[in-house]
Every structure is written in structure tokens, then in C-alpha cells.
Design a protein around this ligand. Structure first.
Ligand code: TAP
Length: 508
């Protein structure tokens, strides 16, 4: 774990840090060709911290041409696997050297607590890149069982040029989840960060050149989704887009693909994830801690946030009391204070959307038993962790992804009702289940319709486990694990005739 600095030290770093603001193409920082910029503010203070290049279609064309050239020259795609591995490991070493800087950039840009940036976002981003780098020279292709007269080989080849279109909730980590496997497979990669969170990603790619990743292989195009994002989606020379974001925008990428070149589309989308707690769950103090982390971590701006607590009647009151008590331990406040566990909401627009849902919940008749209001900390935008009791699964607060610190508590009679309520959603990203009955745990884990089911904990697995969604939480996309590596490759069959054509064939 990284050593935490003091608030004053983080403040000093934030005010002295060199803030990257230009696009990064072909190994160089450059402004958008149009000269247009977007203002980026620190949501914890509402101060403008940078004017970021707002890339347009012409910047996309330029970056794709450079990425294609690098790919075709083979400077990365055909580099010896051990060379790609070395460069990516070197990138991780440089990230380690700059980890306070990366953490501060991430915090001031997104509103995330520095505690999380230092202990989760930056270290996990390094680990995922290192994990995929280490895998590069340990993956074998296959020879088919096709007999003596033919040699059948199944080989994996990088797609070519891959675009990663990213959300703002885990900027660096989502970038790492994409570039780890996509670069390991030999692709050239172009990232489009969310328009509010480009800084840590720009810092990361600056380090990539020093690490030995050749120019043109890794680029970043900051800009608006409706302009730069759409231009990437529609580009005829991009082979694949790996997208993490909302279900609505994910569907657009399928349209872009259909309207352009049938580029491969990998989608990691939203969630309305259930946390199911049954009467026989052990140690309700521990369960309450997990429930609170599952919903409020990252201010609930988390695709796997367990925003629905589906709890059996026998333990509901006792558990809810403990959840309310534990929520008070998650102090909300200025993100650069390492004692705070919750920071600011990412943008004013998103803050308004969360406050609107809190209002909807009140009007729908659910009862606020914790929070329910905005918090004043200087000029920043903060919302109290909010718990609604008496929710039924048809209410909008139980069906729509709020993506903020809002928990809906739904009481059920039985385990079977819990599972049917848990599955009654258009999403299927993650589900948590608490029970002490082993047989029931196995059976219900199978019945829950989600890409990841964690039992007796809240979790997304680790680097070795794929992460992605069922139903409208995703399509083809799985981040992490070797499955992620495979999905940045085309599969080719090579079939070689080995039969002896000189043999006389006696047809008599
Ligand atoms: P979105 O609004 O969908 O934005 C995601 C990215 O798409 C941003 O870079 C955005 O650019 C871009 N974009 C927006 N409109 C576009 C368009 N018309 N064409 C092309 N690109 C466009 O999501 P968000 O608000 O950043 O992130 C929150 C969502 O991500 C939630 O639903 C959350 O559940 C999901 N998420 C899922 C996962 C996984 S692993 N499943 C992980 C994290 C987050 P702008 O910033 O300029 O709008």
C-alpha cells in the first residue's frame, strides 16, 4: 500500500503539479487542430483547473493514421513478446515512481477521495497492466487434433487499431483495464477519456514513451463524446472499440459499427445491482460493513454499486440499524484530506441528476432513514450518503441507475422472493449474496443473473477473474483475466495440407 501524505502535502503537490492539457498523439502533446478546448473543474472546489484540448473528427483521423502506421510497421505488434512485456513493466515502474502525482491528478479531476486514489485506483491500475504484461510471453496458440494429413493451427492476432472510450468514475483504472490486455495483445490503442476526467490518463501516456512503448502505439484524444467519441465509433479504420459507460451510449456504438465498418464492439455498461441478505446470514456487523462499502464506495458512482439491498424480513430491522450506524463512519468531505472516505460528486450535471432521484424517491413514498440532502463543503458539490427504506422494486429509485450515494432497501419474505426481485431488472452486472447455508449459497449464486456474484462479501473478484455484465450491463466485453486478453484478438485458423500428394491412389 502506498504511504499516504498529509492534506497539506497533497495541497502543495496539487498546486505545483504540471497539469497536462493537450491531446497525446504520435508520442507528442498537441492541441486540437481546431484550437478548441473544454474547461475542466475540480468538483471539490468548483475551481477551473485546466483547459483541455477538445478533439474533433480531424484529430481522430490524424491519431488513427499514426496508430495504423505504427501497427503496420510492426514496431509494437510484431515486437518480440519479451520486448512488449519489458516496456509495459517499465511503464508500471514509472507509474510507481509518479504515484502521488497520478493520485492527486485523479482526485482533483474527479472528486474522488485521495485515500481511494492512493490505495485503490493507482495501485490497481499498475497491477492490471503488470498482470497482462507478465502474461504476454506465457500464452500459447493451439494445434488442432486433425490427424497426420493436415496441420491445423488456431492463432490469435491483434485486431489492429483499438479505441477505448472511457467513463469518469474510475478514469485511470478503466484506462488500465483497456490498455493492459489491448497493448499486451499487440494492438495500437487510442483512448478517449470522459470529458471531465482526462488528467491522470494524459500523465499515464506521457510515461509510456519513457517506458519504451513506441510512438503512435498509445494515444489519448480528450474531447466530447458526441464529437470525438462518435468520430471514433464511426471511423472506418478502427478495428475495435472497447467502451465502458452507460447502456444508452453503449447502444450507440453498436449503431456506429453497423453504419461504418462492423468494427468489433466490446461493451461494459451500467448496473442496478442487488445485495441479497438472507435470515441465516452470519455476523450482521460484518454484513453491514460490506453493504455500506458496496453501495457508497466512490460516492456510489460505481457500475457495480449494490444500490438495492434486498433483505429478508427476519433480520431486516437489525441489519438496517447497523447499516445506518456504519454509514456514519464513511465521512464525506474535502477529497485531499486522507481521512475522508467519500469525496465530491463528479460534475454539477451529475449532482443535479442524483438530487433529482432523491426527490423522486421521496415523492414515490419511500422513507429517508439516512442522509437525503446535499452537503456544503466550501464551493464543492457533495451529497450525503442516503438510505431509503420501504422501497418496492417497481419504484424508479429501484429500477434506474442513479450512480450516486443512494441505497434502496427492499424487504422480502423468502429466499426465492429475494432472487426473483434481484433478477427483476434490465441489468446484470454484479450481485452480492449473504447466507451461511453452503448449499443455498451455491444454488442461489447460479440463479442470480449477473456477470459476477460475490458470496458473503461484496466484490468484483480479482485480476484473474473476468468482469462484465449479463443483460443490458454489457455485450461481449469482459475486463480483466485472460478472457480480456483474448477479446482484443482476432482468431485465425491456419490449415496446412500435409498429405502426400505423390502417392498413387488405387481406385480399382
Ligand atoms: P457515458 O455518459 O455513457 O460516457 C462514457 C463515455 O462515452 C465518455 O467518454 C463519453 O464522453 C462518451 N460518450 C458520450 N456520448 C457519446 C456519444 N454520443 N458517442 C460516443 N461517445 C459518447 O457514461 P459515464 O457517465 O461517463 O459513466 C457512467 C456509466 O458507466 C454508468 O452507467 C456506469 O455504470 C458505467 N460504468 C460501467 C463499468 C463496467 S465495467 N461495466 C465501469 C464503470 C462505469 P463525454 O464524457 O464527453 O460525455
Amino acid at each position: 500500500m502506498s504511504t499516504l501524505l498529509t492534506e497539506a502535502e497533497y495541497e502543495a503537490l496539487a498546486s505545483s503539479i504540471d497539469i497536462p492539457s493537450n491531446a497525446f498523439i504520435d508520442g507528442k502533446f498537441m492541441s486540437a487542430r481546431s484550437g478548441e478546448t473544454i474547461l475542466t473543474t475540480n468538483p471539490a472546489t468548483s475551481e477551473v483547473i485546466a483547459e483541455i484540448a477538445a478533439c474533433q473528427a480531424e484529430d481522430v483521423d490524424y491519431a488513427v493514421a499514426k496508430a495504423r502506421k505504427a501497427f503496420d510497421r510492426g514496431v509494437w505488434s510484431r515486437m518480440h513478446p519479451s520486448g512488449r512485456k519489458r516496456a509495459m513493466i517499465q511503464l508500471v515502474k514509472l507509474m510507481k515512481r509518479h504515484h502521488h502525482e497520478l493520485a492527486v491528478l485523479e482526485s482533483i479531476d474527479s472528486g474522488k477521495p485521495i485515500f481511494d486514489c492512493e490505495t485503490i485506483d493507482v495501485p490497481e491500475s499498475m497491477e492490471v497492466i503488470a498482470w497482462h504484461a507478465e502474461a504476454i510471453d506465457k500464452l500459447y496458440d493451439q494445434v488442432t487434433p486433425s490427424g497426420d494429413d493436415a496441420l491445423g493451427m488456431i492463432v490469435r492476432e491483434p485486431f489492429g487499431v483499438v479505441a477505448g472510450v472511457l467513463p469518469w468514475n474510475f478514469p485511470l483504472m478503466m484506462a488500465a483495464w483497456k490498455i493492459g490486455p489491448a497493448l499486451a495483445a499487440g494492438n495500437s490503442v487510442i483512448l478517449k477519456p470522459a470529458e471531465t476526467t482526462s488528467l491522470s490518463i494524459l500523465k499515464l501516456v506521457e510515461l509510456s514513451i519513457e517506458a519504451g512503448i513506441p510512438t503512435g502505439v498509445l494515444s489519448v484524444l480528450p474531447g466530447k463524446g458526441s464529437i470525438a467519441g462518435q468520430a471514433l465509433g464511426m471511423h472506418p479504420d478502427i478495428n475495435a472499440v472497447s467502451f465502458t459507460g452507460s447502456t444508452a451510449v453503449g447502444k450507440r456504438f453498436l449503431e456506429y459499427s453497423a453504419q461504418s465498418n462492423l468494427k468489433r464492439i466490446l461493451l461494459e455498461l451500467g448496473g442496478k445491482n442487488p445485495c441479497v441478505v438472507l435470515n441465516d446470514a452470519e455476523n450482521l456487523d460484518y454484513v453491514a460493513e460490506q453493504v455500506v462499502e458496496a453501495v457508497f464506495w466512490n460516492m456510489g458512482q460505481n457500475c457495480s454499486s449494490n444500490s438495492r439491498l434486498i433483505v429478508q424480513k427476519g433480520i431486516k430491522e437489525e441489519l438496517l440499524e447497523k447499516v445506518i450506524e456504519k454509514t456514519a463512519d464513511w465521512r464525506t468531505g474535502y477529497p485531499l484530506n486522507p481521512a475522508n472516505r467519500l469525496g465530491a460528486i463528479n460534475s454539477k450535471r451529475h449532482y443535479n441528476s442524483i438530487m433529482k432521484y432523491i426527490d423522486i424517491g421521496k415523492k414515490e413514498g419511500a422513507g429517508v432513514v439516512a442522509g437525503g440532502e446535499a452537503i456544503t463543503v466550501g464551493q464543492g458539490i457533495y451529497i450525503e450518503p442516503t438510505i431509503f427504506d420501504g422501497v418496492n422494486n417497481n419504484m424508479r429509485i429501484a429500477r434506474e441507475e442513479i450512480f450516486g450515494p443512494v441505497l434502496s432497501v427492499i424487504e422480502v419474505e423468502s429466499a426465492s422472493e429475494a432472487i426473483s426481485v434481484a433478477n427483476d431488472t434490465e441489468y446484470g452486472l454484479q450481485a452480492s449474496l449473504f447466507t451461511s447455508n453452503l448449499k443455498q449459497a451455491h444454488r442461489l449464486a447460479r440463479e442470480l443473473q449477473a456477470g459476477t456474484v460475490s458470496v458473503n462479501c461484496y466484490g468484483e473478484g480479482d485480476l484473474t477473474t473476468p468482469f462484465g455484465g449479463y443483460k443490458q450491463s454489457g455485450l461481449f466485453g469482459r475486463d480483466k483475466s485472460l478472457i480480456a486478453n483474448n477479446q482484443y484478438c482476432e482468431v485465425k485458423t491456419i490449415w496446412i495440407d500435409l498429405s502426400d500428394n505423390d502417392l498413387d491412389v488405387d481406385l480399382s
